[in-house]
Ligand binder design. Sequence first.
Ligand SMILES: Cc1cc2nc3c(=O)[nH]c(=O)nc-3n(C[C@H](O)[C@H](O)[C@H](O)COP(=O)(O)OP(=O)(O)OC[C@H]3O[C@@H](n4cnc5c(N)ncnc54)[C@H](O)[C@@H]3O)c2cc1C
Length: 385
Amino acid sequence: MPEIFDEIVVGLGAMGSATVYQLAQRGRSVLGLEQFSPAHDKGSSHGSSRIIRQAYYEDPSYVPIVLRAYELWERLQADTGSDLLCLTGGLMIGPPESEVVSGSIRSTQTYGLPHEILNAGDIRRRFSPFTPQNEEIALYEAKAGFLRPEECIRQHLAQASKNGAQLHFEEPVVSWTAQVSGDGVTVTTQRGTYHARHLILSSGPWAPEILAALNLPIAVYRRIMFWFDPAGGIAPFLPEHFPIYLWEPKGEGSFYGFPASDGPKGGVKVALHTGNEKCTPDSIDRNIRKDDESAMRAAIANRIPSLNGTVVDARTCMYTMTPDEHFIIDAHPDYPQISIATGFSGHGFKFSSVVGEILADLAINGRTDHDISLFSRRRFQTARA
Ligand SMILES: Cc1cc2nc3c(=O)[nH]c(=O)nc-3n(C[C@H](O)[C@H](O)[C@H](O)COP(=O)(O)OP(=O)(O)OC[C@H]3O[C@@H](n4cnc5c(N)ncnc54)[C@H](O)[C@@H]3O)c2cc1C
């Protein structure tokens, strides 16, 4: 008789690593399959830092789950003694009517989150590298900061292994089948065939391929992360006094950045949050082009002029976008024994700890106490209901 796992997780990036961790902690027999190495740099979860924040401008219903994500990150950090989460404070900057500012204020009002509203003069005085327009304001929250994504993934994987999960790397999944609704799955890789009661597909920007039959409206976009050696010196950008920020200038795409931290080559990270260049993980242009750099410099030149120095590093990354930029976490329409987690739309990492908890709940109980109604695939009329 072949071994039948309780769960197989395909893709051990941000979401998959948290899921195998949660499942193994609950005593499940779990197999994780990943086509590359642990915490690799070919998907969506590399680049040394990811913003975490509570006053969620995208929708207030993210607030309870992000608060749970904080708890889980803090627990993982305490259990492993690793450095995962750095709270620096965060600024959401833009005109008062911008989504980033007005949406963040809405979330603080809905959930009573502590925050301050700063006018342009306050921003300049407290955070000297920023030179906002007079009509721009910011919501400041002390509990924002950043996670170290590669270390988060490594620790989730290490703890999962410690609790008995079998994790296979460099083993691409070629296909999966589920013959009968509710009755297990078979997964075929380049090395073997495996059976399980439940399958979790957390394959990031590869999801459009592996879920092609579902016709979900998800699309993958190329994004660039830049690290600058600040023209005005590094001191004003140190995390002791420089926050993470998200800036939505009037009529332009938004961008975001971090204090000086420890990217592979040092420097201060900044990136555009918007852009229209579609790609696939195979077709993405991983070279950094002149137009990438000029678009980045155009965003910061008049807003954070002292940052606009030499580029010390730049890397591509991928966003897997849904039309409304909310996630998809749901059961497969034909096979309740398959869960899908995709479409994290460039803001999923901070949630990965709690997404692991949700996916483990769905696999084991078929339901979760977290409110995930916003993430239903049924909201897309074009997708199969
Ligand atoms: C530049 C950039 C900046 C971002 N900034 C933030 C931020 O500040 N805050 C935030 O919260 N979020 C941010 N995000 C978004 C966040 O990083 C993503 O939403 C999240 O990492 C997605 O995780 P994932 O597990 O879906 O994908 P991934 O981490 O890419 O994992 C998918 C995994 O599946 C594997 N896989 C795929 N197909 C197969 C197969 N057939 N067989 C085996 N393995 C397979 C892949 O190799 C990969 O390891 C950012 C993303 C980018 C690109």
